[in-house]
Write a protein that binds this ligand. Structure first.
Ligand code: C2O
Ligand code: CU
Length: 559
C-alpha cells in the first residue's frame, strides 16, 4: 500500500450556464472537482487551502476512516470550518472499500459545486471480480442552481420557508442538449466498438433520486457504494444522492452516437418541470454525424415508483468465498427511527403546542430536529466538556401511531430542535428500522446516509413495520452493503452493522433540503479496551471554532 498527496485549493470561478454568467466555488478551478485515484489499503493526505469567501469542510463520503473521525469532515460534527485564508490537511485511510466513492463539501450547500469522484482500485496484485475492462469512465451526476445558492438557502432557513429546487441536471458538469444555451458544451465521450468500459457513476445531485440510462445499450451493475454486487443486467439504473454505482457497458451497437440521460425520480407531482440531463456517447469510426443521437426511451418517467423499487430490489451482495458477507446476528441494540417532515414549535425549541407554530419547516428523526452545536461534537466529546450535546437520542419514537397514514395532527407534527446523540458501546451489533411517515403530506423516499460505516440492507417494505412478520423476510444471506440507501415512500428500511469504528459519526438524509431541516443525528461509538480499538489522537492543525472556550484552545481535557 502506498501514500498519495493531493492539493485542493478552494477557489471561485466564473461559468456560464442557462445563458447566464455566475460565480461558483470549486476545487482547483475544476467542476466537477479532481478525481482521487488509489488502491485499496492506500492512505491519502489532502491539503485543503481555502481561497474562497466563507468557511468550508470536506467529507470523504463512504470512506470508513477507521478510528479517525478527525478527518471525516461534517461541519460542527467532527470539525469547525476551514476559514478563508487558512488550510487543513485531511488524512484519508482506505481500509475496506473497493470501487467508486466520492468527496464533497460538508458545510452549507457548497457541495453542489465542491465535489469529485474517488476511484479505489483493487489492492495492488489483485484484480476485479469480473473480467478486466478495456477502459474506464467517471460519470458525475450533478444539479445546477442559478443565483447565489448559499445565500438563498441561509435566508430560507432563517425564515423557515421552502428551499428552491435546482434548475437543471448535469452530467460531468454540463446540462446537455435539452437545456437552454447548453448544447455547445454537452459532455461527449468516445468509445471504440467492441470494447467494455467500467462506468463509475456518482450521484452528487443535491435533492433528487436519479434514473440514468444509455440509448440502445444495456448496463451490467457490478458495484454499489464501493462494495461488489452480484452482476445484473438492466436497461436503466436508479441511484440515490450520495450513492455510487459501478456499471459495465459494452460498446456493441451499430457505429453511431447515442444519448446518455439522467432524469429525476419523484414521489409526488412537482410543479417544476426539469429538463433531462444529457451527454453523448460517440463511437469512433465512420458514420453519419448529421443525424441526431438516439435518446434512451427506456428511461422511466419521473413518477415511476415501480421502476425505482424494482431496480433497488435487484441489488445483492456478491457473497462468495472471496467476498463473504458477515451480517451481525445477535443484536445488542435495536432502534426504530421515524423519518418525517414536521413543523418547528414556537422559538424552535419550546414545544408548548397551545402556543402555536411559526410555520417553520423542520425534518425529524424520532420527532427531533437536529440542531448543530457551536462547537463540534467530536471536540466536546474528546475533551469531555458538557453543554454542547445531550446523550438522549431515543431508541424509538415517544408515541406510536399509524405512521403511514397522512396526518396533520399537531401532537405528531410539532417538533423541537435538539442536539441529542446516541451513544453505542464498542462492538455492539446494531439493528435499525427506519420508518417513513405520512406526516404533513411529507411522504416520500429518504436516502439515509451513515458516516464511518457501511451497513447491510437486510429488508425493506411498504406500510408500517410489523415486528412479528417483517423480520421473517430479512435477507441475511446476500444483503447489499451500502453507506446510503432509501427508505421507501410510506414504507420502512431495515439495516444492520457492527459498531467497530470508535468515534463521532453523523447520520442523515442525503437530500440537502432534509439535512438542513434537521433529518440528522449523531452516533458516538465509544473506544474499546485496547489502543487498537480506540480513536486516534487529533491532528495538531484542527481548524478552530469561533465559539471555542479557553479549555479547547489550550488542548485541555476534563477527565
Ligand atoms: Cu455525502 Cu454526510 O454525506
Ligand atoms: Cu429525506
Amino acid at each position: 500500500s502506498s501514500v498519495h498527496y493531493y492539493d485542493f485549493v478552494l477557489k471561485e470561478i466564473n461559468v456560464t450556464k442557462l445563458c447566464a454568467n455566475q460565480t461558483i466555488l470549486t476545487v482547483n478551478g475544476l467542476f466537477p472537482g479532481p478525481v482521487i485515484r488509489v488502491h485499496k489499503g492506500d492512505t491519502v493526505f489532502v491539503n485543503v487551502t481555502n481561497q474562497g469567501n466563507y468557511g468550508v469542510t470536506i467529507h470523504w463520503h463512504g470512506v470508513k476512516q477507521p478510528r479517525n473521525p478527525w478527518s471525516d469532515g461534517p461541519v460542527f460534527i467532527t470539525q469547525c470550518p476551514i476559514q478563508p485564508g487558512s488550510n487543513f490537511t485531511y488524512q484519508v485511510i482506505f481500509s475496506e472499500e473497493e470501487g467508486t466513492l466520492w468527496w464533497h463539501a460538508h458545510s452549507d450547500w457548497t457541495r453542489s459545486t465542491v465535489h469529485g469522484a474517488i476511484v479505489i482500485l483493487p489492492k495492488e496484485g489483485t484484480s476485479f471480480p469480473f473480467p478486466e475492462p478495456d477502459g474506464e469512465e467517471v460519470i458525475v451526476l450533478g444539479s445546477w442552481y442559478t443565483g447565489d445558492l448559499n445565500e438563498e438557502v441561509n435566508e430560507d432557513l432563517e425564515e423557515g420557508v421552502d428551499i428552491p429546487h435546482s434548475s437543471g441536471f448535469l452530467i460531468n458538469g454540463e446540462l446537455g442538449d435539452f437545456a437552454n444555451c447548453s448544447s455547445e458544451t454537452t459532455y461527449r465521450w468516445s468509445v471504440d466498438y467492441g470494447k467494455t468500459y467500467l462506468l463509475r457513476i456518482v450521484n452528487a445531485v443535491s435533492d433528487d433520486e436519479i434514473f440514468f440510462a444509455i440509448a440502445e445499450h444495456n448496463l451490467t451493475v457490478v458495484g454499489l457504494d464501493a462494495a461488489y454486487v452480484k452482476p445484473f443486467v438492466t436497461s436503466y439504473i436508479m441511484i440515490s444522492p450520495g450513492q455510487t454505482m459501478d456499471v459495465l457497458l459494452t460498446a456493441d451497437r451499430p457505429l453511431g452516437h447515442y444519448y446518455m440521460a439522467s432524469r429525476e425520480f419523484l414521489t409526488e407531482n412537482a410543479t417544476q418541470d426539469h429538463n433531462n440531463g444529457s451527454a453523448i456517447i460517440e463511437y469512433t469510426g465512420d458514420y453519419n454525424f448529421s443525424s441526431f443521437p438516439i435518446f434512451p426511451h427506456q428511461l422511466p418517467q419521473v413518477l415511476d415508483m415501480k421502476a425505482a423499487m424494482r431496480f433497488t430490489g435487484f441489488i445483492r451482495s456478491l457473497a462468495n468465498e472471496d467476498y463473504p458477507v458477515d451480517v451481525p446476528k445477535n443484536i445488542t441494540t435495536r432502534m426504530f427511527i421515524t423519518v418525517s417532515m414536521g413543523e418547528l414549535c414556537e422559538n424552535r425549541t419550546n414545544c408548548n403546542i397551545t402556543a402555536g407554530s411559526d410555520n417553520i419547516l423542520g425534518s425529524t428523526l424520532n420527532n427531533i430536529s437536529w440542531l448543530n452545536p457551536t462547537v463540534d461534537v467530536l471536540q466536546a466529546y474528546y475533551r469531555n466538556i458538557s453543554g454542547y450535546y445531550t446523550t438522549d437520542f431515543p431508541d424509538r419514537p415517544s408515541v406510536m401511531y399509524n405512521f403511514t397514514e397522512d396526518s396533520d395532527d399537531p401532537d405528531l407534527v410539532m417538533t423541537a430542535q435538539g442536539t441529542r446523540v446516541k451513544v453505542l458501546n464498542y462492538n455492539e451489533s446494531v439493528e435499525i428500522v427506519f420508518q417513513g411517515t405520512g406526516l404533513l403530506d411529507g411522504a416520500g423516499v429518504h436516502p439515509m446516509h451513515m458516516h464511518g460505516y457501511s451497513f447491510y440492507v437486510i429488508g425493506m417494505g411498504q406500510g408500517n413495520f410489523d415486528n412479528e412478520t417483517d423480520p421473517l423476510t430479512f435477507n441475511l444471506v446476500d444483503p447489499p452493503k451500502a453507506n446510503t440507501f432509501i427508505v421507501p415512500k410510506y414504507g420502512w428500511l431495515a439495516i444492520r452493522f457492527v459498531a467497530n469504528n470508535p468515534g463521532v459519526w453523523f447520520w442523515h438524509c442525503h437530500f440537502d433540503r432534509h439535512l438542513s431541516w434537521g433529518m440528522d443525528t449523531v452516533f458516538i461509538v465509544k473506544n474499546g479496551d485496547t489502543e487498537e480499538t480506540s480513536m486516534l489522537p487529533p491532528p495538531s492543525n484542527m481548524p478552530i471554532c469561533t465559539g471555542y472556550p479557553e479549555i479547547f484552545l489550550t488542548g485541555g481535557k476534563n477527565d
